[in-house]
Design a protein around this ligand. Sequence first.
Ligand code: ADE
Length: 221
Amino acid sequence: MNFHVITIFPNLFDSYLNDSIMKKALDKGSISVQFYNPRDVTKNKHKKVDDIPYGGGPGMVMMAEPIIDLWADITKKTLIEKLPLTKKRKFKTIILSPGGEKFTTEYAKASAKEHTDIIFICGRYEGIDARVAEITGADLVSIGDYVLTGGELAAMVMIDSISRQVDGVLGNKQSLEEDRISSHEMYTRPAELKYKGKKYQVPEVLQSGNHKLIDEWRKHH
Ligand code: ADE
């Protein structure tokens, strides 16, 4: 899976991508993440990427042109020639927006299955010129009913979640928590934990070794 992120703040992704499972997946080549900065392609001399909104109102709006230029280059593959072209590329474009369709594990699964390349367009300020969505045919996607300061964190959440669905990213297919009988209650050793004079026990059934009973218990916890 190739992720392409259009953002004016690529550094925001560094720490998360440089550790743990994301780093392993990148090192193995199961996923790739490329960044494209609208500031690098703005045509005005002050490298402005935003402007005041038509119709008035507070804040600034991200300009369409630099984003569209980057998006067109990515989809034309001119910027990604170096990446392995083993399969026919299938692009999907996503604009992160608090008002968009809600992101779910189902969405992550379908994205991983149906696409080889996902382009995230991250907005800052009050939003992105609406013509970007019109021209790119992007999905508008929200990761939850709260407003973040920009789309970068939302894109990172989606990259993490979609990557889990890519073959080879999780060492063991069994690790896909989504496919297990779901239980929020997990325990590890010790079987008895003491805190402020009180004892906290791991439920007997989980220590029983009886997998039928354990599965039944997990359906309800
Ligand atoms: N940008 C700002 N808030 C967001 C959210 N909740 N989801 C996606 N993109 C966003």
